[in-house]
Ligand binder design. Structure first.
Ligand SMILES: [Zn+2]
Length: 432
């Protein structure tokens, strides 16, 4: 079977599926799945599940038991956390290629010129919150096997496709839970593709790490007219943040990486103080001040190391000032992830990208974190990449959109790669 023929038949199949792909994209954007708190996950999972079932998949819904919601989704207001997992058995049980994408979106916010949840299509673009990040990725993954089937091929290995909640709040109740429960596991999953929006002509091989911390300084209340009778926790925090700004941040700026983190401005360690809270009343000295820090790590750094750097500043202040009392709490943390590039999975996506787009995809590393870490670090599956439609710089923006051409490109690239990785028969011709 020559490559040109495969390409032409897939092109044709995807062209014939385009209306259905766009309709499914509009339908999924119309389900508002803002997280926090995590709305309408069941409805969204069922939309995906129904489509997968129509395409021949065995479908299962995996809900986090209510008793574990406080631990896995602490800001989820007790709302249900459910994933859908579809399995399309091939002629052979292995290899297994698992696609996964997150259903949740960040809140739409104000300032949109199009309604964020109506699935508006205009000028070849699908608009809406989540259109790019990353419901279009779910759309693409759902249609991969169907495109292959309609092109007249039968996959030998098995395709799985899951849609999960909560990536935007850490992923513990989503991919984290699927990994914990063994739905994605090193002894039964060969390849994993996370369908986040990192541009349809790039292959993402990792992400920076994150250490989100809450730091509290503690003091003693007193009347604002007699401040020396108290210990002002806000003053203590100012001392700490001064050190953070004057010492730590310049040091972090020097810590750069040559790895292809995009945008290039993120090829270094970063730190941002993002929230601060203290005091209740103008005439009361505050006894507690909290500051939240968003620290991002380049490959080679660790969460532990990042926390230790803050702790070291605190210890120094404490040595000078016994009234300096503090505690550090973790909000969310993820070590950086980086996978090898000489694996069959990466090679298949490079070759498929070249066949479809016309040039070899560039490697990219996400500036944020994503569900890849659960698969690589927790499940121990090294062959895990992030590949999906949508421009990274449109994620979380007002008037978010995805180019429909990007979705179609992604379906084709994924389909080529699936055929390469899983093997196939030519059903139309009856040869292998
Ligand atoms: Zn995303």
């Amino acid at each position: 079977m020559n490559q040109k023929d495969v390409k032409a038949r897939l092109e044709q199949a995807v062209a014939a599926l385009t209306d259905e792909i766009v309709k499914f994209g509009r339908d999924i954007v119309r389900i508002e799945t803002e997280n926090p708190p995590g709305n309408n996950y069941r409805a969204c999972a069922e939309l995906v599940g129904d489509k997968l079932r129509a395409f021949g998949y065995q479908v299962e819904y995996v809900a986090v038991p209510p008793g574990r919601l406080p631990e896995l989704a602490p800001h989820g207001q007790g709302l249900e956390r459910v994933s859908v997992v579809g399995r399309l058995p091939g002629k052979e049980a292995r290899p297994v290629l698992h696609f996964t994408g997150h259903m949740d979106v960040v809140p739409a916010g104000d300032g949109w010129t199009v309604p964020p949840y109506e699935g508006i299509v205009k000028d070849g673009k699908l608009y809406g919150r989540g259109a790019c990040d990353q419901k279009s990725g779910i759309v693409a993954q759902v249609f991969v096997a169907e495109a292959i089937r309609r092109a007249g091929f039968r996959l030998l290995g098995t395709v799985e496709s899951s849609a999960t909640p909560d990536e935007e709040t850490g992923g513990y109740a989503g991919v984290g839970y699927l990994v914990e429960k063994g739905y994605i596991a090193a002894d039964k999953t060969d390849y994993v593709v996370i369908t986040e929006c990192l541009d349809a002509d790039r292959v993402c091989i990792g992400h920076r790490g994150a250490a989100w911390m809450s730091i509290a300084t503690k003091g003693k209340k007193s009347h604002g007219s007699m401040p020396d009778l108290g210990i002002n926790a806000l003053d203590k925090m100012i001392k700490l943040l001064h050190l953070v700004n004057e010492e730590l941040k310049p040091r972090l700026r020097q810590r750069t990486t040559d790895l292809p983190v995009a945008p290039a401005a993120c090829r270094k360690s970063t730190l941002a103080v993002t929230v601060i809270n203290a005091g209740t009343k103008v005439n009361t000295v505050p006894d507690r001040c909290t500051a939240e820090i968003d620290r991002r790590l380049i490959p080679g750094e660790t969460v532990e190391g990042a926390i230790e750097e803050i702790r070291e500043l605190c210890r120094r202040l404490q040595a000078e000032d016994p009234d300096f009392q503090y505690e550090i709490n973790r909000i969310m943390y993820a070590d950086p992830t980086l996978v090898p590039t000489d694996t069959p999975l990466v090679k298949a996506f490079l070759a498929s990208g070249e066949a479809v787009v016309g040039h070899v995809p560039e490697f990219v590393i996400s500036p944020g974190t994503d569900d890849q870490r659960f698969v690589v670090q927790h499940a121990g599956i090294e062959q895990c990449i992030v590949y999906g439609p949508g421009a990274l710089n449109l994620a979380h923006q007002t008037d978010e959109y995805v180019a429909i051409a990007d979705i179609l490109t992604a379906v084709k690239v994924m389909a080529h790669a699936a055929m390469e990785l899983l093997g196939y028969e030519d059903v139309k011709r009856g040869d292998a």
